[in-house]
Write a protein that binds this ligand. Structure first.
Ligand SMILES: Nc1ncnc2c1ncn2[C@@H]1O[C@H](COP(=O)(O)OP(=O)(O)O)[C@@H](O)[C@H]1O
Ligand SMILES: [Mg+2]
Length: 501
């Protein structure tokens, strides 16, 4: 963060200063008192179970020089009406200041699935060009986003942001804090449909990231998703599209998937009407440029994320050969996302337990079928997809039927909420031992300890809240025989529970 005085923090947030105005805050800005280091600004948020204000004394004892608070404290503080709003205002102010000073570009990513993967890819594409700030985990809401913005300083050239929404207006709020120079929209899908109230509402909510672009900003849109492509109508300026269809400006062609589930393709950029290609260079007479990419990520669905990251990076001035090379070197950075472990006993574990909705379930099951191929036994261990509202029953039933159609050899359905998957599979013609229902993660773990044998490929997938990531951790442990029980962490490591669609 850039250094600010307490007086500047008060001015930026419209708060009342209850500290020496010249006190300096050098950052970081933290909401968790355990993360305080000398010079930090501690933000006292009201939590579900604890009130941040109670931790102000400890934060200051550990070196925080100022507290952003909703009430007067004994510690040096700036008192505001609403701490969360003030945090956003502070981030907005700091970003505006940084932009005035220099060459900082903001790129924001939204979509129903793939946001975290895409922002991690973008980080890997941009970092070699200059100092880049990328959110931790899924920091994508009205708290995680400003905290990420506040990590930027005078040296930052690229600020990558993940923007999540669980309703109309959320992305407008986030783009007011950080108007993007480049806004990327991946898909409008079925994630969190229940909260939104229908897919058209999801589309409207996602379009706000395009309408909220900074003046002169570029919309990077998925040409393969009609609802995303239609967002060109609200783009204030330039639009660049990506996809597999021929009309896309940046395309993946000649897709091939190998037996490890990794996809290779030709990345091709097309000159647009005015002779400027998506990589920002002028090309003569509409010629195209191309480069070969082999993704390190598992699953064909990552082509969308890779194309999105590539298109944004090209727009931000990264040369096509560098984009292709860095995409091929890129790895999944956030845990429990198509994380592949080859166990010593010959079992392959694909842990995709961070999140699940119908789109990502389908994608992961297809990847399982590809990796298992004809010679290996495919095992799908699936838990509940949360937050689907009225569509939940049908959505689970559909997944069960898909499992049968993909000829997955063993299905283990974990937990009451996922029961519809078991029913769907049974209805579709799966019988006997092919599909098993177990009540919880512990029983699933015991069953799999018995059942798994050399050559098996196991996919573990569910919404984070169903806790199947614990099973993923156990299964991925090199020698399951010495793993004693399941870990009791309530939250996946390093993953704040602020993920939104
Ligand atoms: N384009 C896509 N289509 C289908 N599933 C996807 C896609 N991109 C990612 N996924 C899957 O969705 C889940 C969440 O991915 P993530 O990148 O964390 O997305 P988000 O941040 O939007 O929740 C993972 O299981 C991942 O493998
Ligand atoms: Mg995310």
């Amino acid at each position: 963060m850039i250094e600010l005085t307490a007086a500047e923090v008060a001015a930026a947030t419209g708060g009342r200063l209850s500290a020496d105005p010249d006190v300096r805050v050098g950052g970081p800005v933290v909401v968790d008192s355990r993360k305080v280091v000398p010079g930090a600004l501690f933000v006292a948020l009201p939590g579900e179970h604890v009130d941040g204000h109670d931790f102000a004394p400890r934060a200051v004892a550990d070196g925080a020089t100022l507290v952003l608070a909703a009430r007067e404290l004994d510690e040096p503080c700036v008192v505001v009406d609403d701490v969360q709003t003030a945090l956003g205002e502070l981030a907005r102010h700091v970003l505006a200041t940084l932009r005035e000073r220099g060459d900082l570009r903001v790129v924001a990513v939204t979509g129903s699935v793939g946001k975290t993967t895409t922002k991690d890819l973008l980080g890997q594409l941009l970092r070699a060009e200059g100092p880049t700030v990328v959110p931790q985990g899924s920091f994508n809401n009205e708290i995680g986003l400003p905290l990420t913005v506040l990590e930027a300083d005078g040296s930052t050239r690229f600020l990558v942001l993940e923007m999540g929404a669980s309703g109309v207006g959320h992305l407008t709020y986030l783009t007011r804090i950080a108007p993007p120079d480049v806004s990327v929209v991946l898909t409008v899908g079925s994630a969190h449909l229940g909260e939104f109230g229908g897919i058209e509402a999801v589309a409207r909510a996602k379009a706000e990231i395009v309408a909220g672009l900074a003046p002169g900003g570029t919309a990077v849109l998925n040409a393969d998703d009609l609802r995303v492509a239609a967002m060109a109508d609200v783009a204030p300026g330039e639009v660049v599209t990506f996809g597999t269809i021929p009309s896309a400006d940046v395309r993946a062609e000649d897709l091939r998937i190998d037996r490890t589930g990794r996809v290779a393709f030709t990345l091709r950029t097309r000159a647009t009407a005015d002779g400027t290609s998506a990589d920002g260079t002028t090309t003569a007479g509409g010629t195209t440029a191309e480069a070969a990419v082999t993704l390190g990520l598992v699953g064909e669905h990552h082509v969308t994320n890779a194309l999105a990251a590539a298109t944004a990076a090209l727009r931000l001035g990264v040369a096509l050969p560098d984009v292709a090379a860095r995409l091929s070197d890129a790895r999944a950075l956030s845990p429990h996302r198509m994380q592949v472990t080859e166990r010593a006993d010959g079992v392959t574990v694909i842990d995709d337990s961070y999140n699940a909705n119908p789109d990502s379930m389908r994608a992961a099951l297809k990847a399982l079928a590809v990796v298992a191929g004809r010679d290996r036994r495919s095992v799908a261990v699936l838990g509940e997809m949360l937050e689907l509202g009225d569509d939940s029953r049908v959505a689970h039933d559909d997944i069960g039927r898909l499992v049968v159609r993909l000829n997955i050899k063993l299905l283990v359905v974990v937990g009451e909420g996922a029961g519809g998957i078991h029913d769907g599979a049974t209805q579709e013609g799966s019988w006997g031992d092919e599909t098993r229902f177990v009540p919880d993660v512990a029983v699933a773990a015991a069953l799999l300890r018995e059942e798994l044998r050399e050559g098996d490929v196991v996919l573990v997938k569910a919404s984070n809240g169903s806790g199947l990531w614990r099973l993923g951790d156990e299964l991925a442990a090199a020698d399951p025989a010495v793993t004693s029980g399941l870990s009791d962490r309530a939250v996946a490591p390093g993953e704040p529970q602020d993920g939104r669609a």
